[in-house]
Design a protein around this ligand. Structure first.
Ligand code: SF4
Ligand code: SF4
Length: 498
């Protein structure tokens, strides 16, 4: 028996599917607000379900375990592979170390992420939503806990319709407890990205961690439990902006989960279809069993056509394939297909799949350019930096011998995890006398500056010109060089006089 029992919850109704029945209330009598019916997705097995399990395990595994992965950066740097170090103002990602002034790397990453999303959309619609989106992944995990504690669709629906019993109380209590544990661990894993994970776990367990860590765990526990446990498909249908943006970006060659109208209609029971075929009349493969709707996490009936609620997870394909196998009809009555192919099949033409198109090449090109620039800048990245700021007040000081002195604030960055001995040379002002407050002088080697590992040092530099100048403003260059390596960083400013 394949048909759904009478308790079956109605799928999310699409406005265009609503038809007025004789004697039924008209649109003016409808309440202004109607709650969404609760969706009870049924367990399903098949290719796409397996892919979703793999993606779920990989993504959650990375999220929960990555903070514990170590990366050796030397004695003076943290050993956590991925770390957002707010006190040290650094972001560490394996061999990459980003300083605050290098935030443009983040811009590059955002460009790549956006283009990757657009590319996924151009190839296979909302494939991100169906497989990779955190909302989908955590909701899937929460669904599996719900099935484990309360049973599959029919059992859950019967339980919800029946009066409360001790068994219901225990099962629902257990479900919410496990949900809260997952949500709590999700929040806990999040804060581990902002401090040394093993030490923070110890501090959290012994209540010695800072208050902000507990606060963030509380916030993320609440949001995960609410969004994945209670709001589920409503986040995708009502809250997320991506379905609207995606609908505007897609084209007729993008693969989307599609019901093969040409094969499925006219739908009817197995017996009816067999009788029609025996008479040589057209009969569709769809037996109207609603299994595709029952497994859908958003309650969509994909047979009605493209739907904003469909997250392209492919579970209805698995459900329908199982039915087709049972009734001895070819599988993929529901399949990833394109708008073009729907049209072509209706016209009796064979389907075409065009993954290489202008837009996919464009997105790939932008990803390659942004990625290439980032890789190049990372590979040629300097570990030494210098910036110079001229004093604003006074702009210059007139000396008693007629000379003029300018003051500068110089910042030297050492991005290496070891201390460095640097020398400063000032050029562009012949005969000028340079003094670094806090530095020392080495004859013939310029002015020496020591900077600690992975540090920025701020120094005062005084430049004095003796004698009269031709012009009141002259360019002046500052060069800071590593005394052992060959790396040099430069900065320019002006020397001003009367
Ligand atoms: S499309 Fe497939 S799963 Fe859906 S109602 Fe028809 S036969 Fe059943
Ligand atoms: S209609 Fe099919 S692909 Fe779309 S959300 Fe439902 S089960 Fe997933």
């Amino acid at each position: 028996m394949l048909a759904e029992p009478p308790l079956a919850a109605a799928p999310v109704e699409r406005p265009d599917a609503q038809t007025a029945k004789a004697g039924s209330p008209g649109p003016d009598d409808e309440p202004l607000y109607r709650s969404s019916p609760k969706i009870y997705p049924q367990r399903v097995q098949g290719t796409f379900r397996r892919i979703k399990w793999i993606v779920l395990c990989v993504t959650l595994g990375i999220y929960y375990l990555l903070p514990f992965v170590r990366w050796d950066r030397g004695a003076n740097a943290p050993s956590q592979a991925v770390l957002v170090d707010f006190p040290g103002r650094r972001f560490y990602f394996f061999f990459i170390e980003i300083w605050p002034q290098e935030v443009y790397y983040l811009t590059g990453l955002l460009i790549i992420a956006a283009m990757a999303l657009f590319l996924m959309n151009a190839l296979a619609g909302r494939v991100w939503c169906g497989y990779l989106c955190p909302q989908t992944v955590w909701t899937d995990l929460f669904f599996s806990v719900e099935r484990w504690t309360e049973g599959d669709r029919r059992e859950r629906m019967q339980r919800d319709a029946a009066p409360w019993t001790t068994d219901t109380l225990v099962r629902k209590g257990l479900k919410h407890f496990i949900w809260l544990m997952i949500a709590w661990w999700t929040g806990g894993a999040w804060v581990l990205y902002f401090a040394d994970a093993p030490s923070l776990v110890y501090d959290l367990a012994t209540f010695q961690a800072p208050f902000i860590a507990y606060a963030w765990i509380g916030i993320l526990t609440f949001t995960t439990y609410t969004l994945a446990g209670h709001m589920r498909e409503q986040v995708c249908v009502y809250m997320c902006p991506w379905p609207r943006i995606q609908a505007a970006l897609t084209d007729e060659y993008a693969l989307n989960v599609t019901y093969r109208l040409d094969r499925g209609e006219p739908r009817g029971s197995v017996k009816k279809a067999a009788a029609l075929r025996a008479k040589g009349l057209p009969a569709g493969d769809c037996i109207d069993c609603l299994q595709c709707v029952n497994v859908c996490p958003t309650g969509v009936d994909i047979r009605g056509g493209a739907n904003l609620g469909c997250i392209q997870c492919g579970l209805c394909i698995d459900a329908c394939d199982a039915i087709m196998a049972k009734i001895g009809r070819p599988t993929r009555l529901i399949a990833y297909d394109t708008e073009v192919n729907i049209r072509r099949r209706a016209e009796g033409q064979s389907p075409v799949f065009r993954l290489v198109r202008v837009r996919t090449l464009l997105y790939l090109g932008i990803i390659s350019i942004a990625g290439g620039i980032m890789l190049y800048t990372l590979a040629t990245r300097q570990t030494l930096g210098v910036s110079v700021l001229h004093d604003r007040n006074p702009i210059f000081v007139q000396m008693s011998d007629g000379g003029v002195r300018n003051g500068y604030t110089m910042r030297v960055l050492n991005k290496k995890p070891e201390p460095r001995e640097l020398s400063l040379r000032v050029s562009g002002l012949s005969g000028a006398e340079v003094e670094v407050i806090g530095g020392s002088s080495h004859p013939g080697e310029g002015l020496a500056i020591d900077v600690g590992p992975d540090q920025t040092r701020e120094l005062r530099v005084l430049v004095t010109r003796h004698g009269r100048a031709q012009t009141s403003v002259q360019s002046i260059d500052f060069a800071v060089s590593d005394r052992r390596g060959g790396e040099t960083a430069t900065a320019s400013d002006h020397f001003r006089g009367p």
